[in-house]
Design a protein around this ligand. Structure first.
Ligand SMILES: C[S@@+](CC[C@H](N)C(=O)[O-])C[C@H]1O[C@@H](n2cnc3c(N)ncnc32)[C@H](O)[C@@H]1O
Length: 400
């Protein structure tokens, strides 16, 4: 985070807020969704440049790449369930009254249709046991097909009976292609997209396929409903193209794809490389990555490992370096753990592409790469999270 003239840290979001005359809804996760999209991009461009300057980053960012779908783009969405004896309310995070089903401008219309059906049906007395036990309702999938996840904090025979009943109703309406229940007694904020819980996931498949699918550059990526996938489908191919243009993989290259998920980058930009080594915490995502490589007959050149990426893994468990590698890092919002960048820099990679899904950690990570002898070549923001005060940013580093 950068500092303002009073020495206080000024986040990217705060800089956007001071730049706009529009009403800012504190409680909404999508405070810019009502704004004209060109206006939103202009504000974000100005705020991002200022944010980096204030943080002591000398490299200027490129212009933000617009989202092909600036609204109704999200393929993973969620509603917090608020239960009372009057029925069910579905909100973002702030409590809502029974009968409410909050709408979003960033979600496909189909999601609203599914949530409205669930709000009405689960408010009926027959479903009270299930409605009372619900934490979140989550929809995942692509623009054509949706999959439903019931995040439940109390699981008993009655709840399971009602789950079966609601699945019969969902199938009859043909609203989703499948469903599963995820048992989360901690009632955490975690809802399958952000943080992983410390304990393993407890999942019960209810109906439909166990894997979700997304076509990227004619390749079908089949991945677990419990694993990460990019939230803005309309941006995915653009991201892969940009990453390929920056890392410039060739057939003699070795690529390390870190925080690889189901291997979006391994299977696309890594395809010409002689070897791909990929690491990721979620074993479900790694299983998906291996299945895709097997189907594409690239498994002899690609190795996928379910491991937590930390200083210890990078320093002591990565195979010894055989040549100067290409590195792609796509960590979660909080960035890499301490010691990861230092450990990777010791391998003296040819080029490094770090992808940031949070803005406020960018300066500290850029400064860390520069401290270890890397020069910032390109800072390319992309509007992955249109309608919200956040950006995805690709930063290319080369040895100075
Ligand atoms: C932003 S996602 C990127 C996934 C993938 N590159 C993609 O584009 O689909 C970050 C990934 O990092 C994984 N992850 C989070 N913390 C991790 C850690 N400490 N070590 C390894 N992987 C981690 C998450 O499970 C998630 O799949």
């Amino acid at each position: 985070m950068s500092n303002n003239k009073f020495g206080q840290a000024t986040s990217f979001e705060q800089l956007i807020r001071v730049g706009t005359s529009c009403q800012w809804n504190e409680d909404s996760p999508e405070p810019m969704a009502e704004m004209d999209y060109q206006e939103e991009l202009k504000l974000k461009d100005q705020a991002f440049t200022k944010f980096l300057q204030n943080s002591g980053i000398s490299k200027s960012p490129k212009k933000i790449i617009a989202s092909p779908k600036p609204r109704q783009y999200r393929t993973t969405t969620k509603r917090r369930v608020f239960f009372s004896n009057k029925g069910l309310g579905l909100g973002f995070s702030k409590a809502v009254k029974a009968g409410t089903c909050v709408e979003s401008k960033l979600e496909p219309e189909k999601h609203q249709e599914i949530y409205a059906f669930l709000q009405e049906t689960l408010s009926k007395k027959t479903y009270y046991a299930l409605a009372k036990a619900l934490n979140w309702l989550i929809i995942r999938g692509n623009y054509d097909r949706q999959f439903l996840i019931f995040n439940i904090y109390k699981m008993d025979a009655d709840v399971i009976r009602k789950l079966k009943l609601i699945c019969t109703a969902l199938k009859k309406e043909n609203l989703v292609e499948g469903a599963m229940a995820y048992y989360d007694p901690s009632r955490s904020e975690y809802y399958l997209e952000a943080e992983r819980p410390a304990k393993g996931l407890q999942v019960k498949y209810l109906f439909g396929p166990k894997l979700l699918g997304l076509k990227v550059k004619d390749t079908l990526m089949r991945y677990s409903a419990t694993g990460f996938s990019q939230v803005n489908e309309s941006m995915v191919e653009k991201m892969v193209d940009l990453a390929t243009a920056m890392l410039k993989p060739e057939k003699e290259d070795i690529l390390l794809d870190l925080y690889c998920g189901y291997g979006l980058f391994s299977h696309t930009l890594g395809a010409p490389c002689k070897k791909v080594l990929a690491y990721e915490l979620s074993s479900d995502s790694i299983d998906s990555a291996k299945e895709i490589a097997k189907r594409l007959k690239t498994q002899s050149r690609m190795q996928f490992h379910a491991e937590r990426i930390d200083a210890n893994l990078v320093q002591y468990k990565f195979p010894p370096r055989a040549q100067a590698e290409l590195i792609l890092l796509d960590p979660p919002r909080q960035g890499c753990e301490y010691g990861v960048i230092a450990g990777i820099a010791k391998r003296q990679p040819k080029r490094v592409l770090e992808i940031f899904c949070g803005t406020d950690v960018i300066p500290q990570e850029i400064l860390e790469w520069e401290k270890h002898g890397y020069k910032t070549k390109i800072i390319q923001p992309i509007d992955m999270f249109a309608g919200t005060p956040n950006l995805e940013t690709m930063v290319l580093f080369e040895r100075a």
